[in-house]
Design a protein around this ligand. Structure first.
Ligand SMILES: *Cc1c(COP(=O)(O)O)cnc(C)c1O
Length: 388
């Protein structure tokens, strides 16, 4: 058997939806983008959704719209995809890492306040792998210190906190439609915000700073006149081909979440008695979207001294699984250990010990909607066969 870490799952009708804009001739920022945005707002409960080229461009536009700039500091968990930090660098800011909680993989709430200085302007909580960060204390700190909150909800499709979809807590939330995420448009992203003025600003910045979208202009009284440009914006517009694909998948959004949760529950049940494997966190306040199924190998033995040894064992196990046709991955990377950040900020792995341990000892098992029962049974069988 050959079981990838993730497999794109598109219905024929979804694939064919891409033809519609090709046939209509409206290829970018047209009716399909609007339709996808409207469905996204309905699904998440966000007041505004703005389709962009990637989650990363959404993070960048959000911070840019907040006025974040040179010398400003932003707090980012040390265990996340590198781009959560990169956008701060792109705007001339300083990245301030915060360690994570090893149980949830999300930012350690208790350490955030000690990272705040008078230059701190923003915080970017990440809902890693489909599990929401603990947003109440983050919102409290943001109110207290006047911080702009950008939720990195790249993996947040279907993720809820106290019954509310992620992306609706911060000033903005940013989602990804990269093929490794739950629904995909190839590349693509969505920014959500409940602030109408901020939404307008992000729409403008996405489209070269234009005061009016092409769709508004074409539907308006004088479509032949060009818009004014109050900002020096960017080009981070989603195409209608991508939006058609995304919009079509939204018609089974709830089904996709339910299927992924059911797959995770089967793993949870199968691995419940393994003390050498920590399975994803579950808690009453959290509904997990399961962008992936991140585990920790030998969780009880983790310490700064043991990380290297556990890492060697994990890699050996990943190798064994790969030889059986089962693809796995480290859950993601510790950004403070990547060369740019390590060198620029002179950081050591043990500066953020939990992020370091998560980097070295995590393993994501295959989980994707469309995964067949016999595929999952095979993964379970091979995990259960493993003996330390
Ligand atoms: C995937 C991912 C991103 C980047 O998303 P893109 O759409 O590829 O830009 C950012 N942050 C996290 C946590 C991610 O998982």
């Amino acid at each position: 058997m050959n079981i990838p870490i993730a497999r794109t799952n598109l219905l024929d009708s979804e694939i064919n939806s891409v033809l519609e804009p090709l046939e209509s001739g409206w290829l970018v920022q047209g009716p399909k983008v609007k339709e996808f945005e409207d469905k996204w707002s309905a699904f998440t409960g966000a007041q505004n959704s703005i389709a962009v080229t990637s989650c990363t461009s959404g993070l960048h536009l959000s911070l840019s719209a907040s006025g974040f700039g040179p010398g400003d500091e932003a707090i980012v968990p040390a265990f996340t995809w590198i781009s959560t930090a990169n956008v701060i660098e792109h705007l001339g800011g300083r990245v301030v890492f915060c360690d994570i909680d090893l149980e949830t993989f999300n930012v350690d709430i208790g350490q955030i306040e000690s990272k705040i200085t008078e230059r701190t302007k923003a915080i970017l909580p990440v809902h890693l792998f489909g599990l929401s960060s603990d947003m109440d204390p983050i919102s409290d700190l943001a109110n207290q210190y006047n911080l702009f909150v950008v939720e990195d909800a790249a993996c947040g499709f279907g993720a809820k906190y106290k019954g509310r979809h992620v992306g609706t807590f911060g000033n903005t939330g940013c989602f990804s439609f990269h093929p490794r995420k739950a629904i995909t448009t190839g590349e693509g992203g969505m920014v959500t915000t409940n602030n109408d003025a901020l939404a307008e600003k992000i729409r403008r910045l996405r489209d070269h700073g234009a005061a009016m979208t092409d769709l508004q202009r074409h539907l308006g009284a004088r479509p032949y006149l060009l818009a004014d440009h109050p900002d020096a914006g960017y080009n981070q517009r989603m195409t209608d081909l991508q939006a058609a694909l995304g919009s079509a998948q939204m018609d089974r959004a709830n089904q996709i979440v339910i299927e992924r949760q059911a797959l995770a529950e089967r793993y949870d049940d199968a691995f419940a008695d393994l003390d050498w494997l920590q399975t994803p966190f579950g808690g009453d306040d959290y509904e997990h979207g399961y962008q992936s199924y991140p585990c920790i190998f030998m969780p009880k033995d983790i310490s700064l001294e043991s990380v290297k040894k556990i890492n060697a064992g994990r890699n050996q196990w990943m190798d064994d699984l790969q030889k059986n046709g089962i693809s796995t991955r480290p859950a993601t990377h510790a950004v403070h250990m990547l060369r740019f950040y390590k060198d620029k900020y002179n950081l050591m792995p043990e500066d953020f010990p939990n992020a370091y341990a998560a980097d070295q000892c995590s393993i994501s098992l295959p989980l994707f909607h469309g995964m067949k029962e016999e595929e999952q049974d095979f993964v379970i069988e091979k995990v259960m066969e493993f003996k330390n």
